[in-house]
Design a protein around this ligand. Structure first.
Ligand SMILES: C[C@@](O)(CCO)CC(=O)[O-]
Length: 318
């Protein structure tokens, strides 16, 4: 029999086309939602006053959630207070297709799905701004100094242009090309990557500032290249961004190796995406057939999963 839930909330994966890390320092970033890779949260009210979490990482009482889930724990406590239901008996089930710690926004997606699910259960109005404000509570605990880009993108159906602290702008996208998204299979913690850049910023200030400025200018250039359907130009920009990100210290030897292999075998531009230090990388490819060919080669070389994404505003078509 199909189970009935009192509240349902959905969210999805994201990838950052360009601007990760520099967005934390006030530069623009462009990110794309991947609506077909989903996180879902289901809330069932229970008679007992127990508050139970069910997920692939943890099954048990809310007050025993592990340290690695402290952001989500903090968020749920805040939500219960906000809706004046601190003693609510419930089971919250979280199911996610997103691999964790791969730069696809798994923590932000879980937070947004949970927020939507609680608001749905109590039929409360939830604005976009409120969603992002609440998601930030969880993201701050998880990533320490998040720009808000991950939460904004996993809550959006359209590609976004974002500058920290400013209103989001949807970015029309219709390019005759594909992104091949590859999971390196290596975990990369965003909080650790943010810390690396922060330390570099403090210790080698002017050199790091220059790299961040270059990434900022490159992001503005990419916006123009997207508008002009300049696939070659975009490819060059992605390759340049990867060099700057590597200089910031957020790539790894393994990522460098896989990215070079991709660049030598049909990718017009490749770079890490998200926090880095592992996780996913993206490749710009002319045709789906070429993307499939490169995916097969990369999988032979250790890539654990691949997705092919047309570069258009309707991002649902994975
Ligand atoms: C590395 C970073 O720029 C993106 C992580 O997906 C951090 C952030 O924007 O919060």
């Amino acid at each position: 029999m199909k189970q009935k839930y009192d509240g349902i909330g959905k969210s999805h994966a994201k990838i950052i086309l360009i601007g990760e890390h520099s967005v934390v320092y006030g530069k623009p970033a462009i990110a794309l939602p991947l609506p077909s890779i989903q996180t879902q949260a289901y809330l069932s009210f229970t008679q007992e006053h127990t508050q139970v979490i069910k997920s692939s990482y943890f099954d048990g009482p809310l007050d025993r959630m592990p340290h690695s889930m402290e952001g989500l724990h903090h968020l749920i406590i805040t939500l219960l207070k906000e809706i004046k239901q601190e003693d609510l008996g419930f089971t919250l089930t979280i199911r996610s297709q997103l691999p964790a710690e791969r730069g696809m926004g798994s923590s932000a997606a879980a937070a947004v799905a949970v927020i939507r699910c609680f608001y749905d259960a109590f039929s409360l109005k939830l604005t976009h701004a409120k969603t992002l404000h609440l998601a930030d509570i969880s993201e701050k605990d998880t990533h320490k100094n998040p720009s808000g880009l991950d939460a904004a993108t996993v809550a959006s159906q359209r590609p976004v242009w974002m500058i920290r602290g400013q209103e989001l702008t949807p970015l029309p996208l219709s390019m005759n090309a594909y992104l091949l998204i590859c999971d390196s299979g290596i975990k990369g913690q965003t909080s650790a990557a943010i810390k690396i850049v922060q330390e570099r910023f403090e210790q080698h200030h002017s050199q790091t500032q220059k790299l961040l400025d270059k990434l900022g200018s490159l992001t503005s250039l990419v916006k123009e290249q997207l508008a002009q359907n300049d696939v070659r130009g975009l490819g060059n920009s992605l390759n340049t961004a990867q060099r700057h990100l590597s200089a910031l210290g957020v790539s790894t030897q393994r990522l460098d190796f896989l990215i070079k292999l991709a660049q030598e075998n049909g990718s017009l531009g490749s770079k890490l995406t998200g926090g880095g230090r592992g996780g996913c990388f993206i490749n710009l490819i002319n045709t789906r057939a070429d993307a499939e060919k490169l995916a097969a080669l990369l999988e032979k070389n250790g890539v654990t999963k691949t997705w092919i994404q047309p570069l258009s505003s309707a991002m649902g078509g994975l």
